[in-house]
Every structure is written in structure tokens, then in C-alpha cells.
Design a protein around this ligand. Structure first.
Ligand code: SAM
Length: 231
């Protein structure tokens, strides 16, 4: 299977925040991907998505951008059955890994869309429909000439703010200080959002520490959480 799986489609008319590498998809990831995506995958389509219909119930909807291998996504959805979670991820190995976690944990309140979040937000998510947005450890694009690829830029943040219900939250986390500073500046500059903290926020209890993060913290590296609310 190619990196761009059958559940993703299209060419971007904007600068992408990711590069689709020819990453290896393990046999297990492929098997779970093929088995689970017809059941829990939400194919991208340029038409508004009825979120309550997609989950079969009315419950708070939380969107995650960039689930990676899905451990945090699966852990949060399992710990919070009262909410519905829609995970967005472009890389097939990550989507396959998340499919495996969903199959093993039977997590009914978690769905996956394999497509560029910028387009999913633009085309599928209605204004004022989300109770929360998670963006954990987005690709840092450390070189200055690549900063334009960073996800958290003013236009995307304005879009995210519009998708939130009043009182809904946007939670970002990063272990790159320079990106944390950019996030704080961009989120503070969005008039529809208010910071819940004085600068960076304490890590909310629902966000589990990843192994990678624990190791970084032991080595003295920082992690910055930012939690803003829609006014
Ligand atoms: C550095 S990883 C972090 C993954 C995970 N959140 C974690 O904490 O381990 C960032 C992820 O975001 C995904 N990503 C980047 N831009 C994206 C976009 N525009 N739409 C969907 N996923 C995206 C990448 O494929 C990658 O898996």
C-alpha cells in the first residue's frame, strides 16, 4: 500500500504542514487498516459532515489534528466515553496503528479521517460544532525557511476558533520552545480566543504523558501546553 492510502485523496492548493514519506506499513498496520477503516474511517469528502450522525449520538465532539501512532488519542477516548473524538492523520502507518488500538480496545467513541486537516476543517466541519480541539506535538519544522509549514499560523487558528462552540477549547502542546513561543503569540493574537492561563498552561490531566515526553522531561527538556477557550 502506498503512503497515501485509499482513504485520503486530493492535491493541496496550500502549503502542507507535512510531507508524505514512503514509510513502511507493517503487516499488522495494513491488516488492521483494511479491516477497521470501512468501520471507523470517515472518508474525506468536500461536503459538510453531520458529526452526530457519524457517531450515532449527540455528545461533545473533540477533533484531534495529527494523531501520530494514536496512543494518546486512544487513551483519551477510552478514558472519556462521554465525548466523541475524531482523529485526523495523513500517514498510513499511524492510521493503521490507531486502527489496531481501536480494534483491540473497542473504542466506540473514536473515528478516524485520513486527510489533510486544513481541508477537513474547510470542507467538512461546521462553524460552532466542536467542543474541543487537540494538537499535540505538531511537526516543529525547526528550520526558519520551513516555518511556513507549521500548522499553527493565524489563518488556521482563526478557522479553528470559528469551528469551536462558545466555551470550547483549543489545546496545543509542543516540546519545541521556539514553536511554543509562536503558538502563544498566534493564539493570543486571535480575537475570538481567550487564554485559560497566564501564558502557558499546566498540563491538563486528560493528556497522558507519552514515553517520549517522559524521557525528554528526565533529560531536562521542556514541554509547553497552551489551552485557550472560544469567547
Ligand atoms: C510530530 S507528529 C506527533 C504525533 C502525535 N500527536 C504525538 O504526540 O505523538 C505530528 C503528526 O501530525 C500529522 N500531521 C501533520 N500535518 C497534518 C495535517 N495537515 N493533517 C493531518 N495530520 C497532520 C503528521 O502526519 C504527524 O503524524
Amino acid at each position: 500500500m502506498s503512503e497515501e492510502g485509499v482513504y485520503t485523496a486530493g492535491r493541496a492548493g496550500h502549503i502542507r504542514s507535512y510531507v508524505l514519506r514512503q514509510g513502511r506499513v507493517s503487516n499488522a498496520q495494513q491488516r488492521y487498516y483494511e479491516d477497521m477503516m470501512p468501520k471507523i474511517g470517515i472518508p474525506y469528502a468536500a461536503v459538510p459532515l453531520d458529526l452526530d450522525a457519524a457517531f450515532g449520538r449527540a455528545a461533545p465532539k473533540i477533533l484531534e489534528i495529527g494523531c501520530g501512532m494514536g496512543e494518546t488519542t486512544a487513551a483519551i477516548a477510552t478514558a472519556h466515553p462521554e465525548n466523541d473524538y475524531l482523529g485526523l492523520e495523513v500517514h498510513t502507518p499511524g492510521v493503521g496503528s490507531l486502527c489496531k488500538l481501536i480494534a483491540e480496545g473497542s473504542i466506540p467513541n473514536l473515528r478516524v479521517c485520513q486527510h489533510d486537516a486544513v481541508e477537513v476543517l474547510r470542507d467538512m466541519i461546521g462553524d460552532g460544532t466542536l467542543s474541543g480541539v487537540h494538537i499535540f506535538f505538531p511537526d516543529p519544522w525547526p528550520k526558519a525557511r520551513h516555518h511556513k509549514r507549521r500548522l499553527l499560523q493565524p489563518p488556521l487558528v482563526a478557522t479553528l476558533a470559528a469551528k469551536l462552540k462558545p466555551g470550547g477549547y483549543l489545546h496545543c502542546a509542543t516540546d519545541w520552545e521556539n514553536y511554543a513561543e509562536q503558538m502563544l503569540e498566534v493564539l493570543s493574537g486571535e480575537p475570538a480566543l481567550a487564554n485559560t492561563a497566564d501564558g502557558y498552561a499546566p498540563r491538563p490531566e486528560y493528556r497522558p504523558l507519552t514515553k517520549f515526553e517522559q524521557r525528554g522531561l528526565r533529560l531536562g527538556h521542556g514541554v509547553w501546553d497552551l489551552v485557550f477557550r472560544r469567547k
